[in-house]
Design a protein around this ligand. Structure first.
Ligand SMILES: CC(=O)SCCNC(=O)CCNC(=O)[C@H](O)C(C)(C)COP(=O)(O)OP(=O)(O)OC[C@H]1O[C@@H](n2cnc3c(N)ncnc32)[C@H](O)[C@@H]1OP(=O)(O)O
Ligand SMILES: CC(C)C(=O)C(=O)O
Ligand SMILES: [Mg+2]
Length: 561
């Protein structure tokens, strides 16, 4: 039964709340990022990664710029143990990267963990045990004091083994299931663990506060972190870290608020892959900073390549709407968004603006290896003239007059409505050609030439159904002469209202596109022509416009009948 009364508050407020974090605006300095993809990410995969896949992911994380990487839970499986050995024995850990290994606070697991890191240039040993009220009562059936003792025994053993091993070993402790733990109790365990480790500013320990399962709003977490930050022992010898999950969908907010509240390090995964609803997505966090103008100290300039590799290695799929990295996150289908984006892009070009503020696009897609043409504006039945004009202009160099663009918008919408699907740039161009370049249901132009090179007297041949007809015309210029010939033959009158043209390529041999709008009784009829010769392009454009006017006149006559 769907019954909310079954549920209630399981989190604990800290004993005092200062809300200092609220007064800060944004994250200006990157926290220390620690990737837990190879551990928390991997332990959440239906088919965990094999050794080769883990090595490939490790390299990807290094390339992105992670300086701390949780490589695994070496006591959990041979694969994880062997990964550690492979990395260490083959000197595959860069000098500026520190690996981390996790262990439960259980003796045989801790010992096995130290075997796995033997000979590592540097390592963080991450000790954890569960501290929540629910787990104490249901899982461990132990008192607060007994649970604390598990952590302390683990901390003592970790310290002894590190001293025996020598080398550069750092310690991290996590009160796992923190969200359901009394905050002052969790703090007491952390401080007691620190009393054993006695960290110093030169050799810091890490206290890592997880939202193992997210059960409160992000401001609660921020208050908890601020309390811990202010009451942590050995504060200058401790890096305060957070490890948000995403059960309530607020992993990113937990992380951002947590850092405002005093955390200096964030653990998470790429794309938020992790237990249940995932860990916090480090890409989103880093890109959020980047889009505010702050250096995230991680490099996502090759986002698509990173995503493809990640999807392959983890056998997962990144959602097309996933922040920053999804396929569709820069794409606008809707008309008014497209209109604003295309105007914004144009404004940017014309003003040479340095700062990015194009409407509807929080970061420049090009910065992360995406592409305006393919990613930004895509057309379906929700789209409008702005986007369609943008596609014609950026893909094909065709820049339509304002009113013609509107007409082209309706023509395109009709097709996307009928087909109920997205139209590619090529399909939109085809709509343009069929409606404005190749449209001549009433007559076609077969040939034309100007008499005696004057350009003012023309002989043209048109084809009406199967009949070829020769027409003569005179005018102030070549287009005028042809226009007069057509007016006389069809016994129509119109004014040449709009004439625009543009070159479709950069070299002189490139084609030109001309657009012509003729007006008759308050309506404008459009045509376009594409040809290497601009005069020819204009003539063909006029022929289409006159064909459209003829259409209208024929249907008027039919209505009268
Ligand atoms: C929130 C997190 O993500 S924490 C990380 C969790 N990650 C993983 O568990 C992935 C890897 N883990 C594993 O492969 C296995 O759990 C192993 C190999 C580590 C241990 O396996 P097993 O010994 O078979 O037992 P299992 O994991 O079920 O452990 C349960 C026992 O450990 C105890 N335990 C669990 N966590 C802890 C802890 N952090 N500290 C001390 N004891 C613990 C339980 O009380 C239970 O004790 P019991 O045997 O007396 O009932
Ligand atoms: C072990 C801890 C840090 C963890 O992964 C969690 O609590 O989510
Ligand atoms: Mg976790």
């Amino acid at each position: 039964m769907f019954n909310h009364q079954k549920y209630g508050k399981q989190y604990f407020m800290p004993p005092t709340i200062s809300y200092d974090w609220v007064k800060k605006e944004t994250l200006e300095k990157a926290p220390t990022w620690c990737s837990v993809d190879l551990r928390d990410g991997n332990q959440a995969l239906p088919i965990p990664m094999n050794l080769e896949e883990k090595l490939e992911l490790f390299q990807l994380l290094v390339d992105i710029g992670f300086k701390e990487i949780e490589v695994g839970f070496p006591a959990a499986s041979d694969t994880e143990f062997n990964l550690l050995r492979k990395l260490i024995d083959n000197n595959m850990i860069p000098d500026d990267v520190t690996i981390m290994v996790i262990t439960q606070a259980r003796e045989h697991i801790i010992r096995r963990t130290f075997e796995a890191i033997q000979g590592a240039p540097r390592a963080i040993v991450h000790l954890y045990n569960s501290t929540s009220e629910a787990q104490r009562r249901q899982v461990f059936k132990k008192s607060k004091e007994e649970i604390k003792q598990i952590a302390l025994n683990g901390a003592v053993l970790v310290k002894e083994l590190a001293e025996e091993a020598g080398g550069d070993i750092y310690f991290q402790y996590s009160p796992e299931s923190f969200p359901g733990t009394e905050v002052d109790y969790a703090l007491d365990i952390c401080n007691s663990v620190l009393d054993i480790w006695k960290p110093t500013p030169d050799h810091k320990a890490i206290i890592n506060i997880p939202t193992t399962v997210q059960i409160a709003m992000p401001h609660i977490f921020a208050n908890q972190i601020e309390y811990i930050h202010k009451n942590l022992a050995y504060r200058d010898g401790v890096t305060l870290s957070i490890h948000p999950h995403n059960d309530r969908g607020s992993g990113v907010s937990d992380a951002e608020f947590g850092v405002l509240a005093g955390a200096e390090r964030v653990e998470g995964t790429l794309f938020g892959i992790g237990e249940r609803t995932g860990n916090v997505d480090l890409i989103t966090l880093a890109m959020n900073m980047y889009s505010q103008g702050f250096d995230p100290e991680l490099d996502f300039s090759q986002m698509n390549a990173i995503r493809e590799k990640y999807e392959k290695l983890t056998r997962t799929e990144v959602h097309e709407r996933h922040p920053y990295s999804g396929d569709l996150v820069f794409t606008a289908f809707s008309g008014s968004h497209q209109d604003a984006i295309s105007k914004g892009m144009k404004y940017r070009q014309e003003t040479n603006t340095e700062k990015w503020d194009v409407p509807y696009i929080p970061v420049d897609p090009v910065d992360i290896g995406r592409n305006y043409q393919a990613d930004v504006i895509r057309v379906n039945s929700q789209s409008g003239k702005g986007g369609i004009g943008y596609i014609l202009e950026t893909n094909f160099g065709v820049k339509l007059p304002y009113k013609m663009n509107e007409a082209m918008g309706y023509a395109t919408k009709k097709v996307s409505d009928q087909t109920s699907r997205e139209l590619s740039a090529e399909e939109i161009y085809q709509v343009f050609r069929e409606n404005y370049v190749e449209y001549h249901p009433n007559f076609e132009l077969v040939d034309y030439y100007f008499n005696k090179g004057t350009g003012q007297e023309v002989t043209l041949t048109i084809q009406k159904e199967k009949e070829q007809i020769e027409l003569q015309g005179k005018g102030a210029g070549s287009l005028d002469a042809i226009s007069n010939a057509l007016k006389a033959h069809f016994d129509i009158d119109y004014a040449l209202e709009v004439y625009e043209q543009q070159s479709l390529g950069k070299d002189s041999a490139a084609e030109a596109c001309a657009q012509i709008g003729i007006s008759h009784q308050g309506e404008i009829y459009w045509g376009a022509g594409i040809h290497e010769d601009i005069t020819a392009a204009s003539v063909y454009a006029l022929v289409v416009a006159v064909n459209r006017l003829e259409d209208a006149l024929i249907s008027q006559k039919e209505t009268v009948k």
